[in-house]
Write a protein that binds this ligand. Sequence first.
Ligand code: DAT
Ligand code: MG
Length: 144
Amino acid sequence: MTTSERSLVLVKPDGFKRGLTGEVLRRIEAKGYRLVALEIRTPTRDLLARHYAEHEGKPFYETLLGFMSSGPVTAIVIEGDQCIAGFRSLAGATDPTKALPGTIRGDLGRDWGMGSTENVVHGSDSPESAAREMAIWFPDLSAG
Ligand code: DAT
Ligand code: MG
């Protein structure tokens, strides 16, 4: 039985602006995950409202959408055995100050709080989220 799955990864505007897309891709590939799709784009508020629907109404929501629409992101679909949990592990804790060294957010992220929602990367948190997010960012990508 195969447990291969796909996850939606974003290098957020802070990571893109700092030239960290390659470093994130390096860690994904070094881990052994395969790149399935990759696109650079500046997301619209409408797309982000769908992507972050679960967070609507939270105190950081407006800051989050403003930040995420502030510039280009690299959207990536990765594939591999348990890559959803695996990439979350590579990414580290949501708050980059608390994220452990060795993780993407722990090594590369810093500023955080109600004024800053920056943490370098996004990764889907479940198979359901991955399917939903891939349909938002890559509607033409086949399920295979
Ligand atoms: P994750 O990105 O680790 O899945 P999440 O889904 O809880 O975390 O939140 C989505 C994003 O919203 C997160 O990457 C950054 C922002 N965010 C979450 N909690 C926050 C907080 N307490 N303060 C500021 N930004 C926050
Ligand atoms: Mg999340």
